[in-house]
Design a binder for this molecule. Structure first.
Ligand code: IPE
Ligand code: IPE
Ligand code: MG
Length: 247
């Protein structure tokens, strides 16, 4: 990997490639509907798109890719859609375990894992175990994830540590260590395909200074070329972090 450069605002990146890209995987249902297919067909194609984009990110030198695959609010969808998504996630994780071993990819699930079906929990434990053996590109998959839920859980865990005398100060950095994303740098670029321009409870804490990129392309149609476009736009942005550019 090329040596780390600092961009003009001081954010870490490598040759214009954001260190951490986050993506809200949206538009699967509409993609399927347009073709007269059940929504679940869109989720199946969407999981293939994730596979392709994760490989592409690894190849161009992105260090972290974090995707939003199932939110704490998505349980409110019809039962058959939720079970189809859980089944697909199981299939995906199962296959990903082989890929991880072959390509030395780290994978981490962020979210309330205990709220997932037991088979999925076992697969998550297995991916964690494999990830511990490798270094390099890391894919984070947000499952049963909600930004507010993450913050509330972190606050509870901090309060418990405080009560037990295991914590006393509380800085932003300390609090970050109680989040699911502990140890992972904040996203530099957040991409939302599917045409909506909202954050839908994704990485509320971590996206404080992320650059947002929205596109109408539906997730199953998303390609490496689309990612290149988002990165090109990212490189035209001026990240000031509250400072003045030329004082
Ligand atoms: C994203 O696609 C996948 C999940 C939220 C699980 P959607 O299923 O939200 O697709 P649209 O937005 O209805 O097209
Ligand atoms: C956000 O998409 C959640 C995921 C992609 C997992 P949604 O489709 O659930 O979001 P809304 O309902 O359009 O805000
Ligand atoms: Mg949607």
């Amino acid at each position: 990997m090329a040596e780390k450069a600092m961009n003009k605002a001081g954010a870490p990146e490598t040759n214009g490639v954001p260190r951490h890209i986050a993506i809200i995987l949206d538009g699967n249902g509409r993609w399927a509907k347009k073709r007269g297919l059940p929504r679940t067909a869109g989720h199946a194609v969407g999981s293939e798109t994730f596979r392709k984009i994760a490989t592409y990110c690894k190849d161009i030198g992105v260090e972290y890719l974090t995707v939003y695959a199932f939110s704490t609010e998505n349980w409110n969808r019809p039962g058959d859609e939720v079970s189809a998504i859980m089944k697909l996630l199981g299939k995906y994780l199962h296959e990903a375990i082989d890929t991880m071993e072959r390509d030395h990819i780290r994978m981490k699930v962020l979210g309330d894992v205990e709220g997932l079906p037991p088979q999925l929990q076992a697969l998550v434990a297995k991916t964690d175990e494999i990830s511990r053996r490798y270094e390099g590109f890391q894919a984070n998959i947000c499952l049963n994830y909600g930004g507010r839920d993450e913050i509330v859980r972190a606050a509870r865990r901090y309060a418990a540590d405080y009560a037990a005398g295991k914590a006393d100060t509380l800085t932003e950095a300390d609090f970050g260590n109680y989040l699911y994303s502990a140890g992972i740098p904040d996203p530099d670029l957040l991409i939302r395909p599917g045409g909506e321009q909202r954050i839908s409870n994704f990485l509320l804490w971590q996206c404080a200074y992320a650059e947002f990129y929205f596109t109408d392309v539906l997730w199953p149609d998303f390609t490496p070329e689309e990612l290149d476009k988002a990165i090109a736009e990212f490189n035209r942005r001026d990240r000031r972090y509250g400072k003045v550019k030329n004082p």
